[in-house]
Design a binder for this molecule. Structure first.
Ligand code: HEC
Length: 171
């Protein structure tokens, strides 16, 4: 009986590791039938890569694109920014994407990224152009970020209102 249990456990292990290999291989090979997509060992790695090269942190993480200060660690990424973007539209703030992801199912997130059209300088044309698989990987990555999701970013201001000053870079 004991031996059987070990055998079964061993077999399950082989099967599980086999499954692991298959799913890793599938991700790495990347199913491009619905458009180009990033290949990575896991969906979360793909999402992290897309967030980094997509510049999402530049506007959705304070201090990220500032020169002269220490870059925030990943534990602080995408919590929204108090750095205002002022133009003819008024002043907008990169929203807290952790809260956005928390408030949307994955399908709702895909729909938001497909149809999004809010204030500049959010690069909606670029984000809308992401393949569905990439949109899903970005969502899975954001949902995987640990720790306190932070507070909502300030609400946008109309063109006439004065922007609140951006936080000074950390020294
Ligand atoms: C150049 C600055 C900038 C960059 C780069 C940027 N964003 Fe944004 N994003 C914004 C701003 C500003 C808003 C808020 C617009 C508003 O208030 O109407 C926003 C809003 C959003 C929203 C809507 C959130 C909500 O709750 O309504 C999503 C989703 C989003 N961005 C995703 C992304 C992703 C994903 C990336 C990277 C691929 C990205 N953004 C890169 C500036 C940026």
């Amino acid at each position: 009986m004991h031996r059987t249990a070990i055998l079964v456990a061993g077999l399950a292990g082989v099967l599980l590791s086999g499954c692991g290999q298959v799913s890793t291989k599938t991700t790495a090979e990347a199913d491009v039938s619905n458009g180009p997509t990033v290949a990575a060992a896991t969906d979360i790695d793909a999402g992290r890569y897309l967030v980094r090269i997509g510049g999402c942190n530049d506007c959705h993480t304070p201090q990220y694109a500032m020169t002269g200060g220490a870059q925030p660690p990943e534990s602080e990424w995408l919590k929204g920014s108090t750095e205002g973007h002022t133009g003819p539209w008024g002043t907008s703030y990169g929203k807290n994407l952790r809260l956005t992801a928390a408030g949307h199912s994955e399908d709702e997130w895909v729909h938001l990224l497909e149809t999004g059209d809010s204030l500049p300088p959010m690069p909606w044309p670029s984000v809308r152009a992401m393949s569905e698989a990439d949109k899903r990987n970005v969502y899975r990555y954001i949902k995987s970020l640990p720790g306190d999701p932070g507070q909502p970013a300030p609400a946008p201001l109309p063109p006439s209102a004065a922007a609140r000053p951006a936080a000074a870079p950390a020294t």
